[in-house]
Write a new protein. Structure first.
Length: 68
């Protein structure tokens, strides 16, 4: 998970926290387009691991709504 955290930091994300139990990564970004964030992160993970993934990027408000 530390490698994953560093990867997010290397692509400009700040206050990165990883949660191994849920496989979530929480971070802050000045980018406000979730689709662009999806694409950037998916490409970075693929470059780092050779594995193509799909992920969900949501605002803190959206994540809290899902949790509730």
């Amino acid at each position: 998970m530390e490698d994953l955290k560093r990867m997010f930091e290397c692509i400009g994300r700040v206050n990165v926290e990883t949660y191994i139990q849920s496989r979530h990564v929480i971070f802050e970004s000045k980018e406000d387009d979730p689709a662009l964030l999806d694409t950037q992160i998916e490409h970075q993970v693929e470059r780092a691991t050779g594995c193509r993934i799909q992920l969900f990027v949501g605002t803190m408000r959206e994540v809290k709504a899902i949790a509730n």
